[in-house]
Ligand binder design. Structure first.
Ligand SMILES: [Mg+2]
Length: 142
């Protein structure tokens, strides 16, 4: 049980809508995840620079930075976190989401949220994060 509690269970939620942040914080905490919420990409980078998160769950329409640019910056900085997206928009071929899908494939949650999909996306990210972590440890030990 102790090894389970030592795992990184931190989720960083990034959205400019306070209601969304509040809903996800309460919902994800009720499932046992440790949640930090921020409403700007600037704050998001401050958080990512200060501690490790297994998942960044981010809105792709932020006033201070385009979602595509934000996600690429997270990737460039090699934080090692998983990324999942959120959007309040439906399908639109000119939308940022399509641009993101063409280059990098991340799970996307559509607002209003389907709770089962939120649970699944976070759990999958946790599983992948820990699988990659274990794989790199195995390599180091060998
Ligand atoms: Mg937004």
């Amino acid at each position: 049980m102790s090894s389970l509690t030592e795992k990184n269970r931190r989720v960083l939620v990034v959205d400019d809508e306070v209601d969304v942040l509040e809903f996800l914080r309460i919902f994800l905490e009720s499932l046992g995840w440790e949640v930090t919420t921020v409403d700007t990409t600037e704050q998001a980078f401050l958080e990512l620079d200060s501690r490790s998160y297994f998942l960044v769950l981010t809105d792709i329409a932020m006033p201070d930075m385009d979602g595509y640019e934000f996600i690429n910056k997270i990737k460039d900085k090699n934080y090692g976190c998983q990324i999942a997206l959120m959007t309040g928009f439906g399908y639109n071929p000119k939308h940022t989401l399509v641009k993101i899908y063409k280059t990098i494939r991340y799970p996307c949650l559509f607002k209003p949220f389907n709770r089962a999909k939120v649970i699944e996306a976070v759990q999958n990210a946790f599983n992948v994060y820990n699988k990659e972590d274990r794989a790199s440890q195995d390599t180091n030990e060998g």
